[in-house]
Write a protein of this length. Structure first.
Length: 182
């Protein structure tokens, strides 16, 4: 009987601990207006890196290192990927970033989802919305967003890791202005 009581107690304790982690992740998101970070992106084995800034809701600006001056910009409605040789513009709501960049959406989903602890250091939530599945990862100690994985609009497997995170910085008004076409 004591054995069952101990198992039940440990289960309750673990559930409480995980609920506390989820609450802290949600509170951290609530308190975050913008993020600046370094990233490493792996799309079907092709690795790129650079720096990004996210401003909630739905704005992002990324400069890729050593890649034909590649930038990715969203003004909240459209997403532009521009290099020296190409210019692509998409409706943001047709991309997985539409969900990732929506802090209120993330908070509502995380609140309802069960978390999964990965390697004792990461907290994972799997979000399924319509035909899109996104795995979002948070650091278990800082409760910061540290990456995501998804299938992009070209059906490529995309893994993005973020590091050197700085929050709630003063941002330029023009940072999320879409660049002109080449």
């Amino acid at each position: 009987m004591l054995k069952y009581f101990l198992i039940f107690f440990l289960f309750i304790l673990a559930s409480h601990s995980n609920a506390e982690i989820k609450d802290k992740i949600i509170q951290n998101l609530i308190n975050t207006n913008n993020l600046n970070f370094k990233f490493e992106q792996n799309i079907n084995g092709k690795i790129e890196n650079g720096n990004c800034t996210i401003e909630y809701p739905k704005k992002i600006y990324c400069e890729y290192a050593r890649s034909n001056n590649k930038i990715l910009v969203s003004n909240g409605k459209s997403l532009v990927i521009k290099t020296r040789a190409s210019y692509y513009r998409y409706p943001l709501n047709k991309t997985p970033l539409y969900l990732i960049l929506d802090k209120d959406f993330l908070i509502n989903k995380i609140y309802k989802l069960r978390e999964r602890i990965v390697n004792e250091n990461l907290v994972n939530f799997t979000i399924v919305e319509k035909d899109t599945e996104i795995n979002i990862f948070f650091d278990k100690q800082s409760y910061d967003l540290i990456g995501w994985q998804n299938i992009d609009i070209y059906q490529n497997f995309n893994i993005t890791f973020i590091s050197s995170i700085r929050k709630n910085r003063v941002l330029s008004e023009n940072l999320f202005k879409l660049p002109p076409q080449n």
